[in-house]
Design a protein around this ligand. Structure first.
Ligand code: GAP
Length: 531
């Protein structure tokens, strides 16, 4: 029953997205392309607002994060170093009867192409063994197609951040701890794209790589490594924070971000990956899940990835990814010798573990780990990283699902009728305000409405609508999720007396409350509500 209801709700959301111009199927006139979606006028603005708020909170409004915009196609060696060439795959199973291909872990959930009403496991065809299927889209660079010209569309934005780590750090004059943020397109040849835009083949990510000192360096500098005392935001960053504090900090910062765009904590869930689910280099990963109509699913992952990524690029490119830490260099000689030995050895062990996993011979790994530990005592190390990685399209879908609401509103005669209202937070709503002259055939009303539109437009997205009864115009904007409506009537013109001259009716979308506001107060009042 609950499943049918959520299915119905999803159908209503998909239909509204098309009808109102939030999201369309890509290439629809040719039958569509599975896993690809276009954003219509309202969707494009909604997505843009989400990205802008992320960019502001993650870079512009912070001292310790710099931005980057890298290319989608990069040197293929990047994807070898990152592990994507060898391991970025899903296990696939082919049905020998119906020839369909399935993800081995989703075998029971996918309709059989020959009998769509049935699930794949009911097609009794013999299945092949599971085989890895790499999810990266391949392309070639240059006019001749050879193995040497093979390149990939990036499957994540993160790797460019690691590859440009040194350039950004130096030009932005940053010191660890600091972060690099990037957003942009990513491509994955998902085997089973589904749930509307939730799992697409072309999508956008917003990723931060926040580089921190290894715990051994923190301990050498500050004497201790602070660890989380309990749940909740740990407050302003402190010099004695190790990776666990930074990880908790970023989980809480990201939850705040969602709260600030209208997804309260009650709509989210934290899922701490179990040790056996973690990538071998990851120390902890928290998935932030959203309660979508089709189930509670991942919106963002926040991973403590150790020094794996920069170390990989250092090994594979031959370029040093170490930083020099003046404070560490100064602190080291002041440590007592037992402490020095303990920290050096702990660091050596960690490097040894990484190098061995990376495939170095025992001898080479031991030699390198020893050298890395010696370098630490002189102030050099490869930074560790905390990575909050979010999907723009998933978030946009979460915001649309969360905003969708059906309630009752009075029509012109006061009779209640049902309405669909998209309760977007004003900060991310695609349109902030709609301006309505009461009647379109009264030039004075139209001129005044146009004047108000011109007043508001430089500061916010404002929509002008003069067509139809005012109630119907309100209803259209409710469906678009426009939080405010401004109506210009005969009172505005002073026809009923001087007291109401140059005032307008301001209507609030959710409460449908209307108040009379002076035109002179309108802009500051709206700006305060949408920021
Ligand atoms: N750099 C780490 C990384 O890419 P991920 O968990 O694979 O991690 C991060 O992806 C986020 O990107 C996900 O939480 C999700 O929001 C988004 N994402 C991943 N695959 C997606 C897909 N096929 N369609 C839409 N969004 C996707």
């Amino acid at each position: 029953m609950a499943e049918t209801k959520s299915g119905e709700l999803m159908e209503k959301i998909v239909s509204l997205c098309k009808r109102r111009g939030f999201i369309f199927q890509s290439s629809e006139i040719y039958g569509g392309l599975n896993g690809f979606w276009d954003y219509g006028p309202l969707g494009a603005d909604l997505k843009r607002n989400v990205k802008e708020f992320w960019w502001n909170t993650m870079t512009r409004w912070r001292d310790d994060v710099a931005g980057l915009e890298a290319t989608i196609i990069m040197h293929p060696k990047i994807w070898k170093a990152s592990g994507h060439v060898d391991t970025f795959s899903d296990p696939m199973v082919d049905c020998k009867t119906c020839k369909a291909r399935f993800r081995a872990d989703q075998m029971n959930e996918i309709p059989c192409p020959q009998k769509p009403s049935k699930m794949s496991n009911e097609c009794h065809g013999e299945k092949t063994e599971a085989r890895p299927f790499n999810l990266m889209f391949e392309t070639t660079v240059g006019p001749i197609k050879t193995d040497d010209s093979l390149a990939y569309l990036r499957p994540e934005t993160a790797q460019a951040i690691f590859a440009q780590f040194k350039n950004v750090m130096e030009t932005a004059r940053q010191k660890v701890p600091f972060g690099i943020a990037q957003m942009g397109k990513a491509f994955r040849n998902e085997v089973t794209p589904r749930n509307f835009t939730f799992r697409s083949r072309e999508f956008e990510q917003m990723e931060l790589e926040f580089f921190i000192r290894p715990d051994e360096a923190v301990e050498a500098i500050t004497g201790t490594v602070a660890r989380p005392l309990g749940p909740g935001h740990p407050g302003e960053p402190q010099p004695n924070w190790g990776w666990q504090m930074w990880h908790q900090y970023w989980v809480e910062e990201r939850i705040r971000f969602y709260e600030n765009i209208g997804l309260p904590r009650t709509t989210l869930e934290e899922y701490w990956q179990k040790p056996e689910e973690l990538a071998h280099y990851a120390r902890a990963t928290v998935d932030l899940l959203f309660k979508f109509p089709f189930g509670t699913q991942e919106l963002e992952g926040i991973a403590a990835r150790s020094d794996f990524d920069l170390s990989q690029h250092q090994r594979c490119s031959g370029r040093p990814m170490t930083v020099f830490d003046e404070e560490l260099k100064a602190a080291w000689p002041k440590l007592d010798p037992a402490r020095q030995t303990e920290l050096r050895d702990r660091y050596r062990q960690a490097r040894l573990k990484y190098l061995t996993k990376a495939g170095e011979t025992v001898e080479a790994a031991e030699k390198q780990a020893q050298a890395d530990a010696e370098a630490l005592t002189k102030g050099y190390y490869v930074p560790h990283v905390i990575e909050p990685s979010a999907g723009v399209d998933r978030l946009t879908l979460a915001l649309i699902s969360n905003a969708y609401c059906e309630d009752q509103a009075p029509d012109e005669k006061g009779k209640l009728e049902s309405r669909i209202v998209m309760r977007f937070h004003p900060r991310i709503a695609p349109l902030k305000v709609a301006v309505f002259p009461l009647l379109k055939n009264k030039p004075e009303l139209v001129a005044k409405a146009r004047e108000i539109l011109a007043l508001l437009r430089p500061h916010m997205t404002a929509f002008y609508d003069e067509a139809g009864a005012i109630g119907r115009r309100y209803r259209r904007q409710d469906e678009a999720g426009t939080p405010f409506g401004v109506t210009i009537d005969f009172d505005t013109l002073g026809e009923k007396g001087p007291e109401l001259k140059d005032t307008v009716t301001l209507r609030e979308r959710d409460s449908m409350k209307q108040e009379r506001v002076r035109i002179a107060d309108l802009l500051p009042l709206l700006l305060e509500k949408i920021r």
